[in-house]
Ligand binder design. Structure first.
Ligand SMILES: [Fe+2]
Length: 483
C-alpha cells in the first residue's frame, strides 16, 4: 500500500497503507475499543466505505474522471486504488487467496506514478471501479470470518485485526484526500453537512494560553492495536515547561497579520519561506479572496465571508512559522504538542486522547466529515486536555516545528514505504487531525507529515512560547494574536 499522504507529488492527506501495530502509551489502561477485533474491524471498514461512496456518488462521471488539480489524482483513481490496496493486503496477504485483479497493481501503485500523471493511466471507469470495490469487499468479509484476529495470534499483521484496521485507516485517509479534491474542484456545491455547534458560552473567558509544566512524558505508543509504525514505540521524552495557545490561531487573528503587512516583511519569514512566498505570490491563505476591506473564501463550491472566530485553514508551514514569529512566538515542537494533548499531570500517564481514553464522540471533537468546516475556536469543552487547551484533536491539522523523524527503536512495518522513506528534513509534522479526519485515525499519537509549501491540506496551527519568553498574560483566547 502506499501512503496517500505522501507518495507522489503531493503529500497531502494521508491515505495510504500503513503500518504497524502497537499501542499507546506506556501506562496501564486498556487500549482500543471494547469491541472484539473482528467486529471493530468490520465496523471500521464499513464506515470508511460509506464515506467513500458519499464522496464519489455525489459527483457525475465527468467529475470522477477529471483531474481537478495537478496536485490530486482523479477521484476514480483513488476509488480503485482503495480496492486494489484492500485486495493486496486483506484478500491476498491476510487471506492467502489468489486475488481478483493482480493485473491492476501497477496502475494503482502510488509510488509508480505521480498524481499529475495518473489521468494518463489505463484506469477503470467509474462503474468498473465500483464493481471491483464491491467484489473485493465480499472476499474481505469472508477472510475476516476465517482468520484468527485475537490478540494472541502470533502473526503480527492479524493480531487484534491490525491489517484490517490499517486498511480502514487507509481508506479514510484517501477519503480525506478526496475531500481535498472536492475543495479544489470548480463548480456548484455537491456536498452538504450540518453546521458545527456554535461556540460555547465560556469562550470569552478562556485564557489566551495554557501552561504545560516541564518534565518527562510518554510519547508514542506500544499498546494501541491499530497504531502505525511511525507512532511506535512508546518512549520517554523530557519537555521543558512552555506556554501553548488555548485554541488554534483564528482567521481573525491571521487577518491581522496580513493587515500588518506580514506577507511583505522578510523579518518574519524563514529564508526559504520568504523565497517561496515571493515566487508563489502568496498574500493570504489558499481559497481566500479580497472583498473590499475584508475577505471571502471558497469552501466546497460556496463563496462566503471568512468567519473571524474559526481556526485558520489552508496555510502552509512557512505561513504558520511567519505568523508565529510576527506574534513574538513560535510553533510548538511535535513533542510539545503531544505532551499538551496526552500528558495527564495528575496520574503521570499519557492518554489516548486529550479528554481521556474513550473513543471520540461528537461532544469531544470535530471529526469524520460530520461538518464541512472547523468549529469556532474554543468549541468542544468536553474534549479539552488536562491543561485546558481545546481542539487539539479535530477541526484543523496543526503544523508543528518538527521534521518527520523516527522515534528511538523505530522498525518499519509492514513495509518500508509507509513511513521510513519519508523521514528527514523535507517534511514537517502535523498533528491532531482536521474535520475531515476519521475517528479511527485520530488518536493523539497519530503523525501526519507534508512538505512545508502544502496548502490544499486541511491545516492550521497554534503557537507556543518558552517559559522565559515574555508574552501571554491574561487576555482572552483569540488564537494566538499578538500579545
Ligand atoms: Fe494509498
Amino acid at each position: 500500500m502506499t501512503n496517500p499522504r505522501t507518495t507522489s507529488t503531493s503529500r497531502t492527506a494521508q491515505a495510504a497503507a500503513t503500518s504497524a501495530a502497537g499501542a499507546t502509551s506506556a501506562a496501564p489502561a486498556p487500549q482500543g475499543s471494547a469491541q472484539a477485533p473482528p467486529v471493530r474491524a468490520l465496523a471500521a471498514l464499513e464506515a470508511a466505505r460509506r464515506r467513500t461512496e458519499l464522496l464519489t456518488d455525489s459527483v457525475d462521471e465527468h467529475d470522477l474522471t477529471a483531474q481537478h488539480s495537478p496536485l490530486m489524482s482523479p477521484l476514480v483513481w483513488d476509488l480503485a486504488h482503495i480496492g486494489n490496496q484492500e485486495e493486496l493486503w486483506l484478500v491476498r496477504e491476510a487471506g492467502g487467496r489468489p486475488g481478483l485483479r493482480p493485473d491492476l497493481d501497477h496502475v494503482y501503485d502510488a509510488f509508480r506514478t505521480p498524481r499529475a500523471d495518473r489521468p494518463a493511466l489505463p484506469l477503470l471507469g467509474p462503474a468498473e471501479a465500483r464493481a471491483y470495490l464491491a467484489a473485493v469487499r465480499e472476499q474481505t468479509a469472508e477472510v475476516l470470518e476465517s482468520v484468527d484476529t485475537g490478540p494472541d495470534q502470533p502473526e503480527r499483521l492479524l493480531a487484534d485485526a491490525f491489517v484490517f484496521g490499517m486498511l480502514a485507516q487507509h481508506e479514510q485517509q484517501h477519503d480525506e484526500t478526496m475531500l481535498a479534491t472536492h475543495q479544489l474542484r470548480v463548480g456548484p456545491p455537491v456536498l452538504d453537512a450540518p453546521e458545527p455547534p456554535p461556540a460555547p458560552a465560556d469562550v470569552a473567558l478562556l485564557p489566551r494560553e495554557v501552561h504545560i509544566p516541564g518534565g518527562a512524558f510518554t510519547m508514542g505508543t506500544s499498546t494501541e492495536p491499530w497504531a502505525l509504525d511511525n507512532e511506535l514505540p512508546a518512549h520517554s521524552v523530557e519537555v521543558p515547561g512552555f506556554w501553548l495557545d488555548t485554541v488554534p490561531v483564528t482567521n481573525g487573528a491571521y487577518a491581522e497579520f496580513i493587515a500588518a503587512g506580514g506577507y511583505d516583511e522578510p523579518a518574519w519569514w524563514a529564508p526559504e519561506g520568504w523565497r517561496h512566498v515571493r515566487e508563489a505570490g502568496l498574500v493570504a491563505p489558499l481559497f481566500w479572496d479580497r472583498d473590499g476591506e475584508g475577505w471571502t473564501r471558497r469552501r466546497f463550491g460556496r463563496t462566503e465571508p471568512v468567519p473571524a472566530d474559526e481556526p485558520v485553514l489552508h496555510v502552509c508551514w512557512y505561513e504558520a512559522d511567519a505568523y508565529a514569529r510576527w506574534a513574538g512566538r513560535r510553533l510548538p515542537t511535535e513533542a510539545e504538542w503531544e505532551k499538551a494533548a496526552r500528558h495527564d499531570p495528575a496520574t503521570g500517564r499519557s492518554r489516548r486522547y486529550p479528554w481521556g481514553d474513550a473513543d471520540p464522540g461528537p461532544e469531544h471533537a470535530n471529526l469524520g466529515q460530520r461538518h464541512l468546516r472547523p468549529a469556532p475556536a474554543g468549541s468542544y469543552p468536553a474534549g479539552a486536555a488536562p491543561s485546558g487547551a481545546r481542539q487539539l484533536v479535530g477541526d484543523v491539522w496543526e503544523w508543528t516545528a518538527s521534521d518527520f523523524a523516527p522515534y528511538p527503536g523505530f522498525a518499519a512495518f509492514p513495509y518500508k514505504e509507509y513511513s521510513d522513506v519519508f523521514f528527514g528534513p523535507d517534511y514537517k509534522v502535523l498533528r491532531g487531525g482536521a474535520f475531515g479526519v476519521a475517528p479511527v485515525a485520530a488518536r493523539s499519537t497519530f503523525r501526519n507529515w507534508d512538505y512545508p509549501i502544502r496548502r490544499q491540506i486541511f491545516a492550521g496551527f497554534r503557537t507556543a512560547r518558552d517559559e522565559e519568553t515574555p508574552g501571554g498574560g491574561p487576555g482572552p483566547a483569540r488564537g494566538g494574536g499578538r500579545g
